[in-house]
Design a protein around this ligand. Structure first.
Ligand code: ZN
Length: 320
């Protein structure tokens, strides 16, 4: 199933024509150290570059390259959107940026603190770069950073060389505007949803909306903030009308239809877990009885569904 889905993930046949017109640029990169790897980039709009990560668990074979990443080029400087699950991926992304533009990288924006989105930050230290994150990101990385690094060492082996936790230097509590020169990115901090530190980023010039993990496509959604908040965020996202939207995992080919499977999954989770709690089921019984509704429709269901049930139970058991 995974192989088939991964094959599908690189198929560019969909109604957003400009995505297809933008031929995938295979940028062969020579990065420093152990992480010399090619990083595929798409250029769906002027100055907008997207790397679609693999839909898989982090491992030595993919070096933690499992989240969508990208960058936006202004007249003055460049902003990076997430940095990947290892310093090696971060270095490859930095090299890709330098192959496209000589402009400096003024911002690295982390959509949230999960390791597949932040462990590449280390590759962007040393320049006059601000690290932009949700007002709660710093605390989240302090709490879990050491755990994330140990996990990366275990999962990635040598591919993890150079990874370290690099926290935010510019915090966003509500909305921030980042001027790249003739191009403004609007960064918005969300209430707890996928995590308690989710950001979205809107490029006003191209109409591109970077969603981070507020939207999963293919990959089973992961609840690590608030299930109710996640659903509330989706309600709000549906009312937006981006010209192009980049989720944290997978590929959006139609808006807002691409959000429907995630919404259905999260609603089902809410209803089932609430019912189990009302029936006085224990956590273990609830995990056992709350099955994934459409297992073939999702990637990585085995890795994340039981965890989501557990998180939902912890959140919902006190709501009455
Ligand atoms: Zn995440």
């Amino acid at each position: 199933m995974l192989d088939r889905a991964l094959g599908g993930a690189i198929d560019c046949g969909h109604p957003w024509r400009h995505l297809c017109v933008a031929a995938a640029l295979a940028v062969a990169l020579t990065a420093r150290g152990a992480g010399a790897v090619p990083l595929s980039l798409e250029n769906p709009a002027a100055g907008v570059y997207v790397h679609y990560g693999q839909q898989a668990l982090s491992g030595a074979d993919n070096r933690g390259d499992i989240a969508n990443l990208g960058f936006v080029v202004g007249a003055r400087c460049v902003a990076v959107l997430d940095t990947g699950g290892s310093a090696a991926v971060g270095r490859a992304l930095r090299a890709a940026i330098h192959s496209v533009t000589p402009l400096p990288i003024c911002y690295v924006i982390n959509t949230h603190g999960h390791p597949d989105h932040v462990l590449g930050n280390a590759a962007f230290q040393g320049e006059a770069t601000e690290f932009v994150g949700h007002v709660r990101l710093d605390e989240a990385l302090r709490r879990r950073g050491a755990f994330y690094l140990r996990g990366a060492q275990r999962e990635l082996g040598m591919a993890d060389a150079g990874s370290e936790i690099v926290g935010p230097t510019r915090l966003v509590a509500t909305v921030d505007r980042l001027d790249l020169g003739a191009r403004v990115l609007v960064v918005r901090a969300w209430p707890p949803a996928h995590t308690d530190q989710d950001l979205t980023v809107q490029d006003e010039k191209s109409g591109t909306l970077w969603l981070g993990d507020l939207v999963f496509v293919g990959h089973l959604p992961v609840v690590d903030g608030s299930l109710r908040g996640f659903l509330a965020a989706m309600e709000e996202l549906k009312s937006l009308a981006p010209k192009l939207a980049v989720p944290g995992h997978g590929r959006i080919t139609s808006w807002p239809q691409a959000l429907a499977p995630q919404e259905e999954y999260l609603r089902h989770l809410l209803v089932e877990v609430r019912a189990a709690i009302a029936e006085k089921k224990t956590l273990a019984q609830t995990v056992e009885s709350t099955r994934l509704d459409h297992p073939d429709a999702w990637l990585l269901g085995d890795a994340f569904h039981a965890r989501n049930v557990t998180a939902a139970y912890a959140e919902l058991e006190w709501e009455q």
